[in-house]
Write a protein that binds this ligand. Structure first.
Ligand SMILES: [Zn+2]
Length: 64
């Protein structure tokens, strides 16, 4: 049985990522993907509108 670094899928780009001590960006494959994900989180939080009793799921679809 071969024991190697656990391979997983990068949640950001879907590419191959290694779960190892060498990969400090795990579960992402690279610093770039990690930063993108953090940026997405930040912008997502930034976009959260301050509304009273607004259900984000009941938002109408964007009109083209
Ligand atoms: Zn990636």
């Amino acid at each position: 049985m071969v024991k190697g670094p656990l391979k997983l899928r990068c949640p950001q780009c879907g590419g191959e990522s290694l779960w190892s001590a060498d990969n400090k960006y795990r579960p992402f494959c690279s610093e770039r993907c990690k930063l993108i994900d953090l940026g997405a989180w930040a912008s997502e939080a930034y976009r959260v509108p301050v509304q009273e009793s607004a259900d984000p799921l009941s938002e109408p679809p964007p009109v083209e």
